[in-house]
Ligand binder design. Sequence first.
Ligand code: 3PG
Length: 389
Amino acid sequence: IINMSALDLQGKRVLIREDLNVPVSNGVVTSDARLRASLPTIKLALEKGAAVMVMSHLGRPTEGEYNSEFSMQPVVDYLEKALDCPVRLAKDYLDGVEANVGEVVVFENVRFNVGEKKNDEALAKKLAALCDVYVMDAFGTAHRAQASTHGVGLYAPVACAGPLLAGELEALGKAMDNPARPLVAIVGGSKVSTKLTVLESLSGVVDQLVVGGGIANTFIAAAGHNVGKSLYEADLIDEAKRLVANAQSRGGDIPVPTDVVVAGEFSPTASATLKPVEQVADEDMIFDIGPDSAEALAEILKNAGTIVWNGPVGVFEFDQFGEGTKRIAQAIADSSAFSIAGGGDTLAAVDKYEIADKVSYISTGGGAFLEFLEGKELPAVAMLESRGE
Ligand code: 3PG
């Protein structure tokens, strides 16, 4: 893969695909992690004397129509403050756009374009015609083969990886391809069904797979315990048993909590009760792991060589159900293992428990992060590989 850092960009028209898909509320960006991560790439292109164009999607608008709710304007406002140069939004850019050295032109949401999501060839060629160099830097969207992440790179004169994408691939590769062992993965979240494929592949490679949240409830049920009114998936119990057997056949395990925190309702004011997992009653809902289980997991994390974290182990938005996730966060922060955290909820937990500077690498990917963990080839990366060394 060609790396942008190695290229001479003086006077070149450089089109950078970033993942600037961030949450926006009332016209203001509410979480800027992805924007911050893209800044070094944009600054490097400016320093190299390029005429810089940046494009991204934001949300999932209906294609073919402008919708102010999904406009890139809030991102432009943010970049204007973060960068020391003029930043402007281009609404109509497909038939040509003026970009000058020393300024940044941000294209309006690429998903307003007809053909973006189906990777339309004519659209990809129009984007490619706007630049001398195409930089794919959107790790968070590298699992999508779309016109702005894939097709454009096939037709641009030069296609290369930006520093953010290159850094993500290096860090995730270090964790998954030849990890320092034991390799421990924590996969939380509400449903086994949305993470079944990643659980499946991780159970075949990691030394310990820690499940949390609603996912853990299905494993608790698979171990023969009552989960009361907790969120779980009865139809995936056999699947959960198979995953445990798979992990155990390799000398690993998928431990279930021995104690849990339950409540009778899902609400910020619900009162939390600690119980041994065997004593969960029919009216209980499990919202967190208990302190014994959290301590056992902390011990596993302490001895890990590599830690991969995706998903909280409890409803940490409500403090009374956040102790388990907090303990895990602290254990990761204290561990000398190479650690990676990725996914929206996980990054919110990293922020809440203030461990960002103690995690070895924080990924900007959600779906892309999971697909990488599954060992899937990311289409945008495959495209860059096809374009050169
Ligand atoms: C993400 O947030 O995971 C990426 O920006 C991809 O967004 P998408 O799932 O709408 O393609």
